[in-house]
Ligand binder design. Structure first.
Ligand code: GRF
Length: 219
């Protein structure tokens, strides 16, 4: 049985050092920072990394005095150097949990191995349906509506080497309404994501997430 051993302990629960990886808007980053500010979680965002220099996540982190870095493979001579720089940042900020929030790149296997069961992602649908390569952004909601589903939702899951594939930690359903467009559904699901992601982080703080033989058990 694997139980998480994190560095800093605050009372009965853990205070985790979070790294957010984001490529786009960064609204989930904002939701996580707000959850810290209003006391719903104890863990703080200590580091933000984006592969996109224009990501809203980087500017928002900057405004909140959170160390933030544009890290793209294009800036390095090789994949190896890029991954080394990535790992060095995670080490420097003593990151406990890596939180993907709209990060559009697959993580290198070295990062996944080093942070096994310490990397999570949020997906705007009820996995294992409507996930995998190409299922991102509006494509997800178009597919859900196209399939005539009556409900969609959000899923928080562990990250492994395939897109949207790791064990599921938490899910919340969202109703599909008559007259929904992909954009309307996206907005409704995103509001749910903003509540669900801090809830998932809280489960880690409370040591309630256990992984046995690749399966997740919530205590
Ligand atoms: C979210 O819908 C998330 O589920 C997906 O990417 C989107 C990121 O949105 N993985 P934001 O950048 O946090 O606003």
């Amino acid at each position: 049985m694997l139980i998480f051993a994190y560095n800093s302990i605050f009372g009965a629960s853990l205070v985790l050092k979070l790294c957010i990886l984001a490529s786009g808007r960064g609204s989930n980053l904002r939701a996580i920072i707000n959850a810290y500010k209003n006391g719903r979680i104890k863990s703080r965002v200590r580091l933000v990394i984006s592969n996109n220099s224009k990501s809203g996540a980087l500017s928002f982190a900057g405004k909140n005095n959170i160390p933030n870095f544009h890290l793209s493979q294009k800036l390095f001579n090789s994949e190896k150097e890029f991954v080394n720089a990535f790992l060095a940042l995670l080490k420097k900020y003593r990151i406990d949990l890596i939180v993907l929030a709209g990060y559009m790149k697959l993580l290198d296997p070295r990062i996944i191995r080093k942070y096994k069961n310490k990397i999570i992602n949020i997906h705007p649908a009820l996995l294992p349906e409507f996930g995998g390569k190409g299922m991102y952004g509006m494509h997800v909601h178009e597919a859900v509506l196209g399939a005539g589903e009556t409900e969609s939702g959000a899923t928080v899951h562990f990250v492994d080497e395939a897109y949207d594939h790791g064990a599921i930690i938490l899910q919340k359903k969202v109703k599909v309404k008559a007259g929904d467009t992909p954009e309307k559904l996206r907005k409704r699901v995103l509001r749910t994501e903003h509540r669900l992601y801090p809830e998932a982080i809280k489960l880690f703080e409370e040591k309630k997430v256990q992984v046995r033989k690749g399966r997740v058990f919530i205590k």
